[in-house]
Design a protein around this ligand. Sequence first.
Ligand code: VGL
Ligand code: ZN
Length: 187
Amino acid sequence: MGKKALIVVDMQNDFADPKGALYVKGGEKLIKKIENLIKNGPYDLIVVTRDWHPKNHCSFKENGGQWPKHCVQYSWGAEFAIKIDTNKIVVDIVKGDNPDRDDYSGFNGHAYRFSAKLKYILREYGITSVDVVGLALDYCVKATAIDAVKSGFKTRVLLKYTKAVNLKPGDEQRAIEEIKKNGVKIK
Ligand code: VGL
Ligand code: ZN
C-alpha cells in the first residue's frame, strides 16, 4: 500500500492570528484541530508549507500587487501559528520567495534552504495520497490541492480543517467547485 501525507498549508500568524496582516476569519479555530491532526492523524509524513516573501514582493499593494504586506521572511507574521509536535518526518516547504512572482501552490515552492521540490520529496518517501488542510481555501489550499492531483497523487481537501478569505462573496463555493472539477475529493 502506498503511503499517505498530510499537507498543512500556510498556518502562519499573518493568516491564522486575528492580529495578522491577512487574517482569514476563523483561522485561529483551526490551530488546535490541525495540531491534533498532525499529532494523531493516520499519516506517514507531515508537510508544512509557508508563505515566505521578501520585503519587495510583487504581491504587496505597495509594490503594485493586491495584498497587504504579509509573511515577510523572518517576521512575526511569517512564523508558524501551530506547534508541530510529532515524531514523524516533517518536510518544511517555503514559497513566494521570488520577489517577481507569486506562488500560491506548495508544489511551486522548495524545501527551506534547499532546492528540492515537493513532488519529488513525496515520491522519494513513497507517498501516493495526500490530504490538504490549512489557509486559505480559495488561494493556497486550492492551488496546492490541484497541483497535488496533477502531480499524480490521490488528493483530498478536508473542509473542516480549512477556511476561505472570501474577498468576494461566493469565493469559497467557487473554490470548492474548481477543486472538485480537477479531480480532488472534498471531505
Ligand atoms: C495566500 C494570499 C496571499 C494563502 C498567500 O496562503 O492562501 N493568500 N498569499
Ligand atoms: Zn502571500
